[in-house]
Write a protein that binds this ligand. Sequence first.
Ligand SMILES: Cc1cc2nc3c(=O)[nH]c(=O)nc-3n(C[C@H](O)[C@H](O)[C@H](O)COP(=O)(O)OP(=O)(O)OC[C@H]3O[C@@H](n4cnc5c(N)ncnc54)[C@H](O)[C@@H]3O)c2cc1C
Length: 473
Amino acid sequence: MKKVIVIGGGITGLSAAYMLQKAVESGKQVDYLLVEKDNRLGGKIWTEEIDGYIVEGGPDCFLSDKPGCFDMARDTGIEERIIPSNDASKRTYVFADKKLNRLPDGLMGLVPTKLVPFAVSPLISWPGKIRMAMDLFIPKKQTDEDETLGSFVKRRLGKEALDKIAEPLIGGIHAGDPDKMSLKATFPRFIQMEQNYGSLLKAMLAGRRKMPQAKPLEPGKPKKTFFMTFIGGMGELTDTMASKLDSKKVHTGKAVTHIEKKTDGGYVVHIDGMGPVAADAVILTAPAHEAAKVVTDIDKTMSENLAEIPQATSATVNLAFRRSDINKTIDAFGFIVPISEGRKIKAGTYSSTKWDYRTPDDDHVLIRAFVGGAMNQELVFLNDEEMLKMVLDELKDIIGLTAAPVMHKIFRWVKGMPQYTIGHLDRVADIEARTAGTPGFYVAGGSYRGVGVPDCINVGKKAATDALAYLSK
Ligand SMILES: Cc1cc2nc3c(=O)[nH]c(=O)nc-3n(C[C@H](O)[C@H](O)[C@H](O)COP(=O)(O)OP(=O)(O)OC[C@H]3O[C@@H](n4cnc5c(N)ncnc54)[C@H](O)[C@@H]3O)c2cc1C
């Protein structure tokens, strides 16, 4: 019987293992093993229920315009557990010039599509607004050369739009430094918009005109919002996927140290505490910097390319408060903080406003703060007490919150967010070319062509499909 070893039990590895389990159930002559170095499955998807609070360590939602999560939820029988965000409160504040400013309505990504809310918004100064409007006249870029997100936004919309909107809002998704992030690898849509319309504003307005009318809600189905999640948090997805696997084939608390390629075409995977295990195919879903360590024996250059993908370090701090202790209204999705403000937290999400089912009752609220990212990484290494104090001090200054939390939980993500810097797509193309020349060996995960959970599901499933096709040859 042919055997596939999946390394890493995050959403990518679970998706691969889930496909292999389905293949086993459908009678395919294949066996698999999922090996995860931590004592739990899920990787960066980490939900805990603490005293009735649904606490997210990593992702708290998924983008609904990509099918990956919906397909997996439907397949595993938890589609009805998907919930929309509470869009009646869909407001975001930007802490700029030492005060909270509402992000103007109609801001799609970076670009204002509604003139009035944008014109009256105090977030961007008048010179800054005029500079953004110059996007209508600035000629499009003539070369195909990659540029950073920062350079692109400065060139088209000006520095104020970069500092107050693009860096905290768009750069925040990758916890990245916009002056290093590759535009081609992170937001290729902006390049198409510029090339097709000569201007981001024109492209957005054209897109709005073409947008189909929102479909009436299907009875019994949740309203589709831009971001969605599960009633029990994102961990509900990974827990359900894990429950569908054969537990005898899943090994947690076991790290792969290195992989050896046999001369007859197979592999030997060396697993700490388990010894060497032979495999006909290997799917490596550990983050790139960890993957780099285990592939040195197979391909030194591949290992070097993997090691070159930088990873940013960040932390999330979940805090619960009694609603009656809160002197501020938190009727919004949260706030973002531009780096230029020099603060110690990057953002705050009002989790219990954004989502239902986050607190044990209506008398409590849940807030999540973000620390670190490509800048300020050292703050992540404060001890728990210092980190809690630092976050509370920041919340006091930023939103005027002075209450003491009734519950808190800190999650640290050391090298947890891959940075798609300039040259990323070339590095990934090289890694893919080298894996294509290593039959039966696949590398997949959030480090390469999309950090979003739906992207990871797709690449994990594809790796398993490719491995099965290879083994059936
Ligand atoms: C704070 C935070 C917030 C985020 N928010 C969102 C969001 O809201 N929406 C969204 O779509 N995405 C979000 N993301 C991104 C998304 O969570 C990740 O891109 C995705 O979960 C990555 O999944 P993965 O399986 O590729 O990697 P991982 O989840 O990192 O899984 C890889 C696994 O490999 C294991 N491993 C590593 N080395 C070895 C080894 N040698 N042997 C065995 N196992 C090994 C690791 O322990 C880990 O469990 C967020 C990420 C973070 C950190």
